[in-house]
Design a protein around this ligand. Structure first.
Ligand SMILES: Nc1ncnc2c1ncn2[C@@H]1O[C@H](COP(=O)(O)OP(=O)(O)OP(=O)(O)O)[C@@H](O)[C@H]1O
Ligand SMILES: [Mg+2]
Length: 246
């Protein structure tokens, strides 16, 4: 079997004394969309943070393209080909849409390539193109999500990590965002996305993992997970916990 693009192997993560990941292992194969599902406070965003080097696991290994990356600094991780669209998007609100977009290429030095990708993003995200001169902070939620995605892609990533890309969006924008993820995936970008909305995520994902209070309690192909009663239970509260504990 070929090496997955991203691999977490028996990761334990803490905030101070409090453990939030318990032996988390997961794989994101090249060219796939993988969803990390789970309820509030299950450790999803923390998984994003440790992949991006924004927080360190206490033990376990995170590998990218076959090499360990835990220990690297965030810019080094970005340079290796991981981009992120964090929760609540974290745009630079006072800067223009154009400046935000170009900021995504901060690790690159190839001017021609950057210019090409800039044009490509404007084609892919017409709403962003219409608003280049506008302050990013004045964009609607859906527009901010588009800009955050376009900005992430400006680093020409192999892997895009997205934290709740559809949160707070109207149904129209939810569809747009999911369509874009699908399109970009078909163009070769691998996605690792956190979602609370399991059925949405599993519609576009190839496979999924379910986190519950820091443990992977279920994983498999998206189609199989969609049909799994335990997925629903996992989102209805303690049913799965009770089952796995017994
Ligand atoms: N910087 C921090 N310091 C201390 N505890 C934290 C910190 N960040 C997160 N936590 C705690 O770690 C646990 C997991 O948080 P995390 O943000 O990873 O969950 P999540 O699955 O993304 O939740 P949500 O669905 O609400 O976004 C929570 O109990 C949270 O309170
Ligand atoms: Mg979160």
């Amino acid at each position: 079997m070929t090496e997955p693009l991203l691999k977490l192997d028996r990761v334990d993560t803490y905030y101070g004394q409090i453990q939030v990941h318990f032996g988390v292992s997961l794989e994101v194969p090249h060219g796939e969309i993988v969803s990390l599902l789970g309820g509030n406070a299950s450790g999803k965003s923390t998984a994003m943070k440790i992949i991006l080097g924004l927080h360190r696991p206490r033990s376990g290994t995170i590998s990218f393209d076959g090499e360990p990356i835990n220990g690297l600094l965030t810019p080094q991780i970005v340079r290796r080909g991981i981009a992120s669209v964090p929760e609540a998007r974290r745009l630079f609100g006072d800067m223009s849409v154009r400046e935000n977009l170009l900021m995504g290429a901060f690790t690159r030095r190839d001017r021609d390539g950057i210019a090409q990708d800039y044009e490509r993003m404007l084609e892919l995200f017409p709403r962003v193109k219409e608003r280049l001169a506008q302050r990013a902070g004045t964009l609607s939620g859906g527009e901010q999500q588009m800009l955050a995605m376009a900005r992430a892609l400006m680093s020409r990533p192999k892997l895009v990590c997205m934290d709740e890309p559809t949160m707070g969006l109207s149904p129209l924008y939810v569809d747009k965002v999911l369509d874009l993820i699908r399109t970009l995936n078909q163009q070769g970008v691998t996605f690792f996305m956190v979602e609370q909305n399991a059925s949405l995520a599993l519609q576009i994902a190839h496979r999924g993992y379910v986190l519950q209070t820091g443990r992977v309690v279920l994983s498999g192909e998206a189609g199989a997970l969609l049909g799994d009663r335990r997925i629903r239970d996992a989102y209805l509260g303690g049913a799965l916990a009770a089952e796995t504990a017994s």
